[in-house]
Ligand binder design. Sequence first.
Ligand code: NAD
Length: 266
Amino acid sequence: MDLNICGRKALVTGADSGIGFATAQLLLAEGATVVMTDREPDKLHHAVQQLPGSENRPHAIAADVTDPAAIERLAQKVEDEVGDLDILINVAGIHGEGGLFHEISQEGWDHTIDVDLMGPVRVTRAFLPGLRRGGWGRIVFVSSEDAVQPYDDELPYCAAKAGLLSLAKGLSRTYASEGLLVNTVSPAFIETPMTDEMMSKRAEALGVPFDEAIASFLREERPFMELGRRGKPDEVANVIAFLCSDAASFVNGSNYRVDAGSVATI
Ligand code: NAD
């Protein structure tokens, strides 16, 4: 299937790691002009160096999604370097403070919502005018299985990700008639630094090896992940790329689960 992404101009947040990196790499391989952005300049440039040498090279511009001035600078640099975007992919996120509701600090709530919900809001506000000008566009938000299946020890994350589903659905109503389609992707338990950190903590808490922490997590906490393994970042990137393509021309306001069945309802 020809995704027809070649020549499209895309920005990926959270692009130096995990799902964002895999998505940027796939769009580059498809011939898109890609701007990779993430919080730390050194880590971002290191990630760019990890891309295969012959590949279409990305633009790399660091910005913290919690910093409005940094997002303004990012938008200006993108305008100068590539012009209006066709595709915006909001991947940057954190797991945030964990624990039961009464154990989570106010700062934990504020920071998680600031990164995971307000970050995508800021980035989308900054790039929306250019996306609307093109007459063809795609916005994808990376939410989570947690948005519709909340786990009671990670409620700030769940609430922020549920907010993204609602935000995307609302945006999809406003701009579809202009050719700008908006969708979400909701992964579960993908093999990235985010879940590596979760599993390292679990291994330490249970006093078991890392692999056993994963196996027991799948058994006890994610019983409906029928494939019995963590997903690969590429397996999420493939779905994101599809949603950014011409092949998804009739897909709007949808939430695509990439979760091996983790969400227990239809
Ligand atoms: P990751 O930690 O590898 O990637 C997250 C990226 O976001 C990092 O590169 C990080 O630097 C960036 N980021 C964090 N805070 C930022 C900030 N303030 N400004 C700019 N960038 C910032 O983890 P990942 O698993 O690839 O996560 C990508 C997205 O997928 C996240 O939104 C996450 O919530 C979501 N997700 C992941 C999983 C999973 O199992 N890994 C499951 C569901 C949803």
